[in-house]
Design a protein around this ligand. Structure first.
Ligand SMILES: Cc1cc2nc3c(=O)[nH]c(=O)nc-3n(C[C@H](O)[C@H](O)[C@H](O)COP(=O)(O)O)c2cc1C
Length: 312
């Protein structure tokens, strides 16, 4: 396939495996890259040495381009940035803050910069500041979310910027990729679908919970203070939402939520942790090699685009 994203990154298919804290490590990113798409190593909650080793291990498994995610809320942000600049992955995705100050130093190191943006205003700002592409992430996504849907972002953002736009949030198969491309996107970023890759290290309990879940089984915590996180409903999310909507103080809610992603993803505690995942749940039915996921998404997208021609 050929889009402005495949051209920008020198990849075969316009699919990015999105960064997933405590979940997307070098094994997954390299497998997706070797399959002709591209992967991203998540750095949230990690220390600098872990990040350095992950980038090096990824390079040892693939000679294809891959990315690293910079969490702009991270307390060790400057140190992680320094490691990325030294280790030089092909690109960096970054969000949850103002990406603009990071564009110049990353470009100076020869690294492409792809901010994740939740609205038109920030999309235009980062485009003017020199971002190479943007990811627009709708509230259908797993993990931290904004307030707009993927469809509304696609409609509103694409006509406003002249850099490649990648869509994320609720895209789990090739029909989603075809829809994005035909609406003017340059590609898709998928997180949830890649959780079910064999090479993804998320705990088996979480993978099973995702396979057993259906469309209405996710919920969003933290919406009342603009810190929405989407994950599977659990005993924890019920407790949390009760506290949130009983107007518990923000400090109490923040303390309750700390570490719940790791508790699920690493320890496999799907009761007291949060299995972060998006809304495309019915289509997440089996664990497969990353290569199979990439190939089936591409085949479905080609089929959907061919079929769409009958409407003209
Ligand atoms: C478990 C999980 C953890 C995530 N962690 C991050 C992260 O650390 N940084 C980030 O930019 N996005 C993060 N995301 C968002 C993904 O990169 C991606 O944009 C999102 O999963 C797309 O929506 P989908 O899950 O419906 O495919 C996370 C998503 C999930 C499911």
């Amino acid at each position: 396939m050929k889009t402005s994203l495949t051209e920008l990154l020198g990849i075969q298919y316009p699919i990015i495996q999105g960064a997933m804290a405590w979940t997307s490590e070098h094994t997954l990113a390299a497998a997706v890259a070797n399959a002709g798409a591209t992967g991203v190593i998540a750095t949230g909650g990690r220390d600098t040495e872990w990040v350095r080793q992950e980038i090096r291990q990824c390079k040892s498994l693939t000679d294809k381009p891959f990315g690293v995610n910079l969490m702009l809320m991270a307390s060790n942000l400057d140190d992680i940035l320094a490691v990325i600049v030294e280790e030089k992955p092909a690109f960096v995705t970054l969000g949850a803050g103002n990406p603009v100050p990071f564009i110049e130093p990353l470009h100076a190191a020869g690294i492409k910069v792809i901010p994740v943006v939740p609205n038109v205003k920030l999309a235009k700002r980062v485009a003017v500041a020199g971002a190479d592409a943007i990811i627009i992430e709708g509230q259908e996504a797993g993990g931290h979310i904004g307030t707009q849907t993927t469809m509304a972002l696609l409609e509103n953002v694409v006509p406003e910027v002249d850099i490649p736009v990648i869509i994320a949030g609720g895209i789990v198969d090739g029909r989603g990729l075809a829809a994005g491309l035909t609406m003017g996107a340059a590609g898709v970023q998928m997180g949830s679908r890649f959780i079910l890759a064999e090479e993804c290290k998320m705990h088996q309990n979480c993978k099973e919970a995702i396979i057993n879940a259906t469309d209405t089984d996710s919920t969003v915590t933290g919406l009342t203070f603009n810190h929405g996180v989407r994950g599977l409903k659990s005993e924890f999310t019920a407790r949390y939402l009760e506290a949130e909507y009983s107007c518990a103080p923000k400090s109490e809610l923040t303390a309750m939520a700390i570490g719940t992603n790791k508790k699920a993803a690493v320890e496999g505690d799907t009761v007291n942790g949060v299995v972060q995942v998006g809304q495309g749940l019915n289509r997440l039915t089996q664990v497969e090699p990353a290569k199979t996921i990439v190939e089936s998404v591409v085949a479905e997208a080609k089929e959907a685009i061919k079929k769409a021609q009958q409407f003209i």
